[in-house]
Design a protein around this ligand. Structure first.
Ligand SMILES: C[S@@+](CC[C@H](N)C(=O)[O-])C[C@H]1O[C@@H](n2cnc3c(N)ncnc32)[C@H](O)[C@@H]1O
Length: 206
């Protein structure tokens, strides 16, 4: 797996860091939710999300590492989860569909993308007007594990990128000792609430 730093991402280690179910619950995930896991790796959160959204929901997942996607698909088959749509590809080039997703999720990956702003703008295209973005990532602190501190994003840097991509940060908090999470709402609703003539005028002045 192309995670910087060669750290373990096994289940027991993660659960000693944070409670993944609680993290997902903050998004309001429920039966029928459409969830997109970007840079999903072998699908730790993808699989939990697929259980939470049930047969009426759908989980999209993408990772640049084709072998990680194969492992995710095998795990999904073992668990008899049929609601996962997983693809190998670059997040920068991935828009699963327009305004189709209730939640776009990044776990410990935003700092890994070559072009995080493009990836976040893709999220804005995928999200429904009521949609939520959740960015879970490493604190920018020196630790004996995790990615090198110099490539990590501070909460401020991640928030600025998220805002720049057209979101409003709704919540930012620590998740255990090593991670933070940012919840953000898309501004798409505000934009679509503007009268079409006014919007045209705005474009004209851009
Ligand atoms: C630290 S791992 C996190 C994996 C997963 N989110 C999790 O929590 O288990 C980072 C993942 O991002 C993927 N990745 C890095 N750059 C990517 C890109 N441009 N597009 C898609 N996936 C990418 C890597 O292949 C790797 O699986």
């Amino acid at each position: 797996m192309a995670c910087h730093g060669g750290f373990s991402l096994d289940e027991a280690t993660r659960r000693s860091w944070f409670n993944p179910e609680s993290i997902l619950k903050t998004t309001g995930i429920r039966k029928g939710t459409v969830f997109a896991d970007i840079g999903c790796g072998e699908g730790f959160f993808t699989l939990l999300a697929a259980e939470a959204v049930g047969e009426t929901g759908k989980v999209y997942a993408v990772d640049v590492d084709a072998s990680a996607i194969e492992k995710l698909k095998r795990k999904a088959t073992q668990k008899d989860l049929k609601n996962i749509h997983a693809f190998a590809g670059k997040a920068e080039e991935t828009v699963f569909c327009k305004a189709c997703s209730d939640i776009v999720f990044y776990s410990m990956v935003l700092h890994d993308f070559n072009d995080p702003l493009k990836v976040l703008r893709n999220a804005n295209q995928m999200l429904k007007p009521s949609g939520l973005l959740l960015d879970l990532d490493w604190k920018k602190l020196v630790m004996p594990f995790g990615p090198p501190v110099q490539i990590r994003f501070t909460e401020q840097k991640a928030s600025e990128l998220i805002k720049h991509a057209g979101f409003t940060v709704a919540n930012l908090k620590d998740v255990g000792p090593y991670h933070y999470m940012i919840l953000a709402k898309t501004n798409v609703l505000k934009q679509s609430a503007i009268a079409p003539r006014q919007r045209k005028a705005q474009v004209g002045h851009a």
